[in-house]
Write a protein that binds this ligand. Structure first.
Ligand SMILES: [Zn+2]
Length: 384
């Protein structure tokens, strides 16, 4: 057994913990770039809190996913403000942008120097500015990962800026912040967390530490995602979902993911679809095809035993079969009213290109079984 486990320097979890961000920030810097989502006024209370701690804040707002152009704007704003600290306050895209800006503000050049796949892929030379990640959704776990997913509209792909130096200094996870999330965001982000937990659990790189996190997280999502969707002010369900999301980030950063995320990357680059919606639509079919492929080609694989465990936790039934587990997932996607991918303009003519790109994705390397082009085609067609 040989493994490594990396995460944020300090994780602070619990209702009301957002009130501690100002005090934590005061130990790290004096000039903060606060990255927010499309409603920057949501960060008003946070900016006031920073002011009380003598921190001068400058806001940078992200609408949609972080594109390279948006990031270049954020970088010139951060450099203009002389930022010595970055706070990401928002969903996964905002936190990813925050981590990327913290890395770039203390390193020379621009993002293309450091981007993988389409950039020059150089390692960061300087330690990034300290970053505090405060998630306002419960799904991506970006507060404890060391990469930032960025979109290149020029190349129509999503790629990562990645470095072990990019783990946030503090991850402050306050479930109370998620009480006001609209149901469709709760649904999509929650399905992302569930997908990340299942993929990390059956991943080729799973380890005993990530296993513990996935076991606990999957059970919490199974009992609380529906409740958080139908009763948004249920504090217990929100706490379960924030914790599961955190666990999914801890797990994926150390165990990797699988075919759902391998396809979700290129698909999200091709069409503007919320990442969680893509995960929700792909997950049941990927589980089905993975189980079939394992039964046919690697019947002694421990991943099959792991899938059995997942099906028992999801359904709450000791004798649950693969059919029961997949049916449970399909029913969940239906109950959460996840829209079909064709609503976002995905067509069968996109399939061949998606399959080619998915085969090269890093997440595909940790899928429990290697899938053929025909199997990937089947997954994409069924999900669209
Ligand atoms: Zn994800």
């Amino acid at each position: 057994m040989l493994f490594e486990f990396g995460t944020a320097n300090r994780i602070i979890f619990g209702a009301g913990t957002i009130k501690r961000v100002g005090g934590l920030a005061a130990d790290l810097g004096r000039r903060a770039l606060v990255v927010t989502g499309r409603s920057p006024e949501r960060a008003d209370a946070l900016v006031q809190q920073l002011k009380r701690h003598d921190i001068i804040a400058c806001r940078f707002s992200i609408t949609g996913e972080p594109t390279l152009r948006l990031l270049a704007n954020g970088l010139s704003q951060a450099r203009g403000h002389d930022a010595d600290l970055v706070i990401g306050f928002g969903g996964g895209s905002v936190i990813d942008a925050g981590k990327a800006l913290a890395a770039l503000v203390s390193n020379p050049g621009d993002v293309m120097d450091y981007l993988e796949v389409i950039g020059r892929g150089r390692p960061l030379t300087n330690v990034p500015a300290p970053c505090i990640a405060v998630p306002t959704t419960a799904g991506t776990g970006a507060e404890v990962t060391c990469n930032a997913v960025l979109k290149s509209t020029e190349h129509d792909v999503k790629v990562s800026l990645r470095s072990p130096l990019m783990f946030p200094r503090f991850a402050v996870v306050d479930p109370e912040v998620t009480l006001s999330l609209p149901p469709q965001v709760t649904a999509a982000t929650g399905m992302d967390a569930l997908t990340q937990l299942i993929e990390a659990f059956v991943s080729k790189r799973s380890n005993p530490l990530t296993d513990c996190l996935c076991r606990d997280g999957i059970k919490r999502v199974a009992r609380s995602l529906r409740t958080a969707y139908f009763r948004p002010d249920d504090a217990g369900a929100r706490s379960d979902m924030s914790l599961s999301s955190l666990f999914s980030g801890l797990a994926l950063a150390n165990a990797g993911l699988g075919a759902v995320h391998g396809i979700a990357g290129p698909l999200g680059g091709l069409r503007e679809v919320p990442h969680g919606v893509i995960c929700a639509k792909l997950l049941p079919t990927v589980v089905k095809i993975n189980v079939q492929a394992l039964q046919n080609r690697e019947p002694t694989s421990t991943a099959l035993v792991r899938y059995q465990e997942v099906f028992r936790w999801l359904t709450g039934t000791r004798t649950a079969t693969a059919t029961d587990g997949i049916e449970w997932l399909n029913q969940l996607v239906k109950d959460l009213q996840i829209p079909p991918l064709c609503n976002y303009g995905l067509r069968s003519s996109h399939t061949a290109r998606l399959v080619l790109q998915a085969q090269k994705a890093s997440s595909m390397q940790t899928n429990p079984v290697s899938l053929s082009a025909a199997e990937l085609e089947e997954i994409v067609s069924e999900a669209s």
